[in-house]
Ligand binder design. Structure first.
Ligand code: GLC
Ligand code: GLC
Length: 657
């Protein structure tokens, strides 16, 4: 029934389009629209079918798709076709990413252009440039409060600069990732301004209420994202004389996707940035896209339908463009942002692996891999043609969103264990060398998260202050081990800028009124390029970390087993301090690499006779791919030094690859 209706409608729309739109070769567009229209129509009907303007709206949506297709530059259309042919291209081990704040890293877009050789020196070939759209001059949540979705912040450059950057990166074989902040706008956005001036059409773009009745009902079940700086989820707007929903900061107004006009506008913006040359779009805060009284308004089914619809529409116009889901939610929920009950991704192809990130930090604090192994064991298998974004640190805090059942399975009490982790990383636990700060402390619920630079959380600050060489060595080893994990786990590793030279906490944010209340700024540094120069001086911390990381990235690129085809087997190393897994390329049996990391402060043994990988190194010469040497062996047991890791392969099998 749907199918017939949607076909008739599609014909009407196409008829309409052929009159309106400039004549152009639209063959590919028609083919892709035909292939996706049934899904788009069903999803749109699901969300908006009850509305009188349904037909008008879906017609408008289809027209926008046609216009976006026509606007798509020829080189990008060619790239679409190449990627359609080689549709698993992004699962390859060849990609390594870095995320950065433009101002802190390079000043502006032209500055970033100058820094591309530096990124290539390290081996980075995917760059996530954090938000650079027009935003309020004061507090803007690091650009996540957008005032104009089609214009660049003049401090960063121009839209033309973005296009040039995209072209320059493509020429160097690098991928450009940009944000689309789909969940909210800043209160300075034109839509918000119109809403404030009483325009009903634009008030319907947001969740606006005349009194506290509905907000109070919502508040009963809504958690607080920033309890210290933005308690509650609604803000009184005096100009409008109404309450508006603001789940994040008071100046970030949540968009109302139950209004199809909002979906159409935001989709158009997604396609606009795809057309400016972004290879990957990071969709911010996707878990929050649908609000419902009586729920936490996160991970609602409709949020998934919206993302599916965005993906299907993007397949029509810009099928080479990938989406990253930023959904920092429970492990069992994150995986759904690839798409539920599907084989290949039907929402976002890439998702932040927040689970792995937080588990790695658990191993650091506890010096054992119990919860890490347990949590990874419970991590659902991802879909085909979908991959993780694996990271150790990013611009946000570290949330301790483990599954309570996993914590209990390790014989810890969930509340006490999380408490311990916060104490450890903020340095208040006796013996902890970590120097993080608490973030998002909620006295009502007892929740807390952690802010801090990777190196400072890994004890480098404290070690350098004390001048204790062993402590410095341990810290450097730990920093490299954490990176060694995200580079071999399966997925795209995403390095946080500055971590490649062990950048420490940056407390200068305390002097800026617009930042002082938000401890996440402690790990959003302004890069000191003189310090970065020290990467060339043998023996400096900067050189050891930079060269170590550079080597890891180079080895990763040469190791087909590290491509992401659900080809990871968790290994019980029989030693709680060791986290181990086996990677094997599905079509290259001899390609296996055993990844093993020791999170303890003392050397640990890895028993090569363990049943899980007995025979793996039979007769061959065991080699650590990182150093190229054979590791120390004692009675067929590998000795892993404190905070070290190995990528172990059978040298003979590898030489046959
Ligand atoms: C995302 C961003 C975070 C921001 C929030 C609101 O979670 O990662 O930095 O505060 O969205 O936009
Ligand atoms: C919460 C949100 C996440 C956001 C973070 C910012 O964890 O779920 O989206 O990045 O807060 O602190």
């Amino acid at each position: 029934m749907y199918e017939q209706v949607s076909h008739a409608l599609l014909n009407d729309i196409l008829d309409d389009l052929s009159h309106q739109v400039v004549r152009e070769d639209l063959r590919h567009f028609y083919t892709r629209l035909g292939a996706n229209f049934y899904a788009i129509h069903s999803l749109f009907a699901h969300l908006y079918g009850h509305r009188e303007d349904f037909k008008e709206r879906i017609t408008e949506l289809t027209e926008r798709l046609a216009r976006a297709y026509i606007a798509r530059p020829e080189p990008l259309r060619r790239l679409d076709m190449e990627r359609e042919e080689n549709h698993n291209w992004f699962l390859s081990q060849e990609w390594t990413g870095m995320a950065l704040y433009l101002d802190g890293f390079a000043g502006d877009l032209q500055g970033l252009m100058q820094r591309l050789p530096y990124l290539q020196e390290l081996g980075v070939n995917m760059v996530h440039v954090m938000p650079i759209l027009r935003c309020p001059l004061g507090a803007s949540d690091g650009g996540y409060a957008v005032s104009d979705f089609r214009d660049i912040d003049p401090r960063a450059g121009t839209v033309e600069d973005v296009r040039s950057l995209g072209e320059a990166m493509r020429a160097r074989g690098m991928l450009l990732t940009l944000d689309v902040v789909v969940n909210h706008t800043s209160n300075e956005h034109d839509w918000a301004q119109r809403a404030r001036n009483g325009d009903k059409t634009y008030q319907d773009f947001y969740y606006v209420f005349p009194n506290r009745d509905v907000p109070d009902m919502f508040e009963e079940t809504l958690p607080e994202i920033f309890p210290e700086t933005a308690p509650g989820n609604f803000t009184w707007d005096a100009d409008m004389g109404k309450w508006v929903m603001t789940v994040f900061n008071t100046y970030q107004w949540d968009l109302n996707y139950s209004n199809p006009a909002v979906f159409i506008e935001m989709l158009d913006i997604v396609l606009f940035w795809a057309n400016q040359g972004a290879d990957i779009l990071r969709l911010d805060a996707v878990a929050f896209l649908w609000k419902k009284i009586g729920t936490t308004s996160q991970n609602e089914r409709e949020a998934h339908l919206i993302l599916q619809m965005m993906k299907d529409c993007c397949q029509v116009v810009a099928p080479g463009t990938l989406f990253i889901a930023e959904a920092i939610v429970a492990p069992s929920e994150i995986i759904k942002y690839f798409g539920e009950d599907a084989v290949i991704a039907k929402e976002c192809e890439i998702a932040y692996n927040a689970t792995f990130m937080a588990l790695l930090w658990d191993a650091v604090a506890t010096k054992n891999a119990k919860l890490l192994s347990q949590g990874i064991k419970s991590l659902p298998v991802k879909l085909d043609r979908a991959t993780w974004l694996n990271y150790v640190r990013c611009h946000d805090d570290i949330g301790l969103g483990f599954d309570d059942a996993d914590i209990r399975a390790c014989d810890y009490d969930p509340y006490a264990h999380r408490r311990f982790l916060v104490d450890w990383f903020t340095g208040s636990f006796e013996g902890s060398p970590a120097r993080g700060r608490p973030f998002g402390v909620n006295h009502k619920t007892g929740d807390a998260r952690i802010a801090g630079a990777l190196a400072s959380l890994a004890g480098l600050d404290a070690a350098l202050d004390s001048g204790d060489q062993t402590a410095i060595d341990h810290s450097v080893a730990l920093i490299l081990t954490l990176h060694g994990m995200i580079l071999s786990f399966g997925g795209i590793p995403l390095i946080w800028y500055g971590d490649e030279v062990g950048t420490l906490n940056d407390c200068s944010f305390l002097d800026d009124v617009n930042k002082a209340g938000d401890a996440r700024w402690i790990h959003r540094p302004r890069i000191d390029w003189n310090r970065v120069e020290r990467r060339r001086e043998q023996g400096t911390v900067e050189q050891r970390i930079f060269d170590g990381l550079k080597r890891l990235i180079a080895v990763r690129k040469n190791t087909p087993a590290f491509a992401d085809f659900n080809n990871r087997e968790l290994i019980d190393a029989g030693n709680p301090h060791i986290f181990a897994f086996l990677r094997t390329h599905p079509s290259m049996p001899g390609s296996s690499v055993l990844v093993a990391a020791n999170f303890d402060v003392t050397p640990q043994y890895l028993d090569l006779d363990a049943p899980a990988y007995r025979g793996l190194f039979r007769g061959g010469q065991i080699q650590d791919l990182v150093s190229g040497d054979s590791p120390a062996l004692l009675n067929n047991r590998v000795v892993i030094p404190p905070y070290h890791f190995y990528w172990l392969a059978d040298q003979r099998a590898r030489s046959l690859l």
